[in-house]
Design a protein around this ligand. Structure first.
Ligand SMILES: CC(C)(COP(=O)(O)OP(=O)(O)OC[C@H]1O[C@@H](n2cnc3c(N)ncnc32)[C@H](O)[C@@H]1OP(=O)(O)O)[C@@H](O)C(=O)NCCC(=O)NCCS
Length: 380
């Protein structure tokens, strides 16, 4: 049984169904994304991030007391061990926030009250704790690196409002809070994306939640995955700074055979349903904050890339201008992705461990023929 080899794997495992899951449904041809069967458009319009976490972790929408209970537990977990704050103060100057966050998440394992426990309930506790802690670390590190004080959490605020409070030391407007909340809902889960796969592979060795999330964080960082939102904004900022025509800039990128960040997707062959909301948010926030230029540039680039390459904008394209308009620094965009995606990662780790089997595929061997002879070093 273990020597059974079924197929040649397509490059990048494209189209390979690698696990069963009840968390996230995607129809890439129709542009459908749903968590536990509920369409993302409905969640973006009617839900909030905490309720979405409940849905992902417990498999159904909560009753109001259940939601209140989860909100309270998330708020209670808004504290970091002083050693973590000390770590944030001691990392080398100029350390990238995503690297700091990945390392801090790994270190959180030392202080987790559920310690080495790896049962279902302990992992739900860890999911709740990590969700609160990751948001706090992103905000705290941004303050520390700018020589500012770490802001105390407000346990009466929502997850999104508290994150913005701890980042900016001022309570956000209702518009900013809702915009971030919707962005967190949209980024919460996405089936077997690279970082979630990494998390599941790690969990499946019967390692622990913190190791799985640290693996995921490393995968999320890359510019082909979560790092794309930062890359998008760097392009927009260059265009703005050097007063370049956005279409010419991107035309030039394509001429050099460069990929335009924020476009294309392995699964969607039509509009990414998350981009629909982020596009509208980018436009509306830009207008209301007196910074319409980011949306205007993005809009021109989107039309050009669509016409030229038939590529659609993905979740990262309009999240760049949305986050910038919310006052978030560009090197925090990918960490903010993690502030949301921790919910989905944790749901997948829990699901994996509830019915675990080691994930250990095979490679098709293309190296020197077997057997090749070992040659003594002096005869090589
Ligand atoms: C998302 C992504 C990694 C998917 O990769 P993939 O499924 O392996 O698709 P490929 O990279 O094989 O691309 C298929 C073709 O479309 C082109 N393409 C895909 N995305 C492109 C982009 N963003 N800009 C320009 N061309 C792109 C490729 O060059 C390739 O063309 P070719 O067949 O002529 O060589 C890819 O679209 C990409 O790199 N996008 C930019 C990064 C990004 O936004 N990532 C976040 C994803 S949510």
């Amino acid at each position: 049984m273990s020597s059974l080899i079924t197929n040649h794997a397509p490059k990048g495992l494209e189209g390979v169904v690698a696990t069963n899951s009840s968390i996230c449904y995607i129809d890439g041809d129709r542009g459908v994304l749903a968590y536990r069967g509920i369409d993302i458009h409905e969640l973006a319009e009617r839900s909030n991030f905490e309720e979405t976490c409940y849905l992902l972790w417990f498999g159904r929408l909560p009753k109001s007391t259940e939601l209140e209970n989860l909100q309270q537990r998330l708020a209670e977990e808004r504290h970091l061990d002083p050693a973590i704050i000390e770590f944030l103060r001691n990392v080398p100057k100029q350390a990238l926030p995503m690297d700091v966050l990945r390392t801090a998440v790994s270190a959180l394992a030392f202080y987790d009250p559920d310690g080495k426990k790896n049962d279902h309930e302990s992992n739900v506790n860890k999911a709740i704790r990590l969700t609160s802690q990751i948001a706090m670390i992103v905000a705290a590190y941004d303050r520390v690196r700018k020589g500012k004080d770490v802001v105390a959490p407000d346990r009466t605020l929502s997850h999104s409002a508290n994150f913005l409070l701890q980042l900016n030391d001022s309570k956000p407007s209702a518009t900013a809070e809702r915009a971030l909340d919707v962005a967190l809902i949209l980024h919460a889960d996405h089936e077997l994306n690279a970082s979630t796969f990494a998390a599941r592979v790690t969990a499946a060795t019967l390692s622990d939640m913190h190791s799985a999330i640290t693996s995921a964080m490393g995968a999320l960082k890359g510019p082909l995955h979560g790092g794309a939102n930062e890359a998008v904004f760097r392009i927009l900022a260059t265009i703005e700074r050097d007063q370049i025509d956005p279409v010419e800039y991107v035309r030039n990128m394509l001429a050099q055979k460069k990929k335009v960040p924020g476009f294309g997707h392995r699964v969607y062959h039509t509009e990414d349903p998350r981009a629909t909301h982020l596009r509208a948010m980018s436009r509306d926030l830009g207008k209301s904050c007196g910074q319409p230029q980011w949306f205007e540039m993005s809009d021109k680039i989107e039309h050009f890339v669509k016409a030229e390459k038939k590529l659609n904008a993905n979740v990262d394209f309009y999240s760049a201008s949305t986050y910038h308009t919310l006052g978030i620094d560009d090197d925090l965009f990918t960490p903010v992705f993690a502030v949301s995606r921790i919910s989905g990662w944790a749901a997948h780790v829990i699901e994996q461990l509830d019915d675990n089997r080691l994930i250990r595929p095979r490679a098709e061997y293309l190296g020197p023929k077997y057997p090749s002879r070992y040659v003594q070093i002096e005869q090589r």
